[in-house]
Design a protein around this ligand. Structure first.
Ligand SMILES: [Mg+2]
Length: 235
């Protein structure tokens, strides 16, 4: 084969370690703090609208999430939210920035195995400092040939990254939990997109799965323990 895969990109959050569950926990606290003002459903919907609206301003990550919670608190209370509640939302966000790193099953073994045969990259979006902290605490940092923390994961972004660190997207494969961010744009760029679903996936990361046919460059794996076998399969 002349088109062997030389480069493997790994997503970080909810691919190598848990992340979304800390957002869901904090959202639960947010709902409790504002339960005197609005119903759970309304709070969750209003917060999600704020997050969607703010993505283009603040990007992905905890800082933008906290600002969206504060904005929603002001909105649902008709600007009467007590400062003590704002304080608790800020505290909740700072606690998220300290959450421990809990690796997902097979994460270390999968990256180690991939690094023996391929160039491995970490490709993630989110707050720069927070992503750097999590990578450092994960103990996986030394396994990666390069780390890219980007503002968004689009086909052109993947093309640039795989050109810079590999042999182009056509000879690259990306592994991640988000169809929208880790799989579809990589396939669009000409690479392989490998979906490893995680139970908690943010509503704004939702997308429909492409068809998994012999000719397609899409595969789904139940967990990272299956990655080595897949690599032997597709090269
Ligand atoms: Mg992810």
């Amino acid at each position: 084969m002349t088109q062997n895969i030389t480069t493997i990109g790994f997503d970080a959050d909810d691919t190598l370690w848990h992340n979304e569950r800390f957002f869901r926990l904090t959202e639960g606290r947010f709902v409790d703090l504002l339960s005197d003002y609005a119903e759970r459903d309304h709070l969750e919907r209003t917060l999600l609208d704020a997050e969607r609206r703010n993505l283009g301003r603040y990007g992905y990550g905890i800082k933008g999430f906290v600002l969206s919670m504060i904005e929603t608190a002001i909105e649902v209370t008709d600007e009467r939210v007590p400062a003590a509640v704002i304080r608790q939302l800020i505290d909740a966000g700072q606690e998220m920035l300290r959450h421990p790193i809990d690796l997902l099953p097979h994460a270390r073994a999968a990256v180690e195995a991939a690094a023996q045969t391929h160039r491995v990259l970490l490709i993630t979006k989110g707050d720069l400092l927070d992503q750097e902290r999590k990578l450092a605490q994960s103990g996986l940092g030394d396994l990666f040939h390069a780390v890219e923390i980007v503002s968004d994961k689009t086909a052109p972004v993947y093309s640039q990254i795989f050109n810079r660190h590999g042999d182009g997207a056509a000879r690259a494969l990306m592994v991640g939990n988000s169809l929208k961010s880790d799989v579809l744009p990589v396939i669009e760029a000409g690479g392989w997109g490998i979906h490893v679903p995680h139970g908690d996936t943010w509503a704004l990361e939702h997308a429909e799965a492409p068809e998994q046919t012999d000719g397609s460059r899409f595969r789904e794996l139940p967990d990272l323990g299956q990655l080595a076998a897949l690599m032997r399969d597709i090269g």
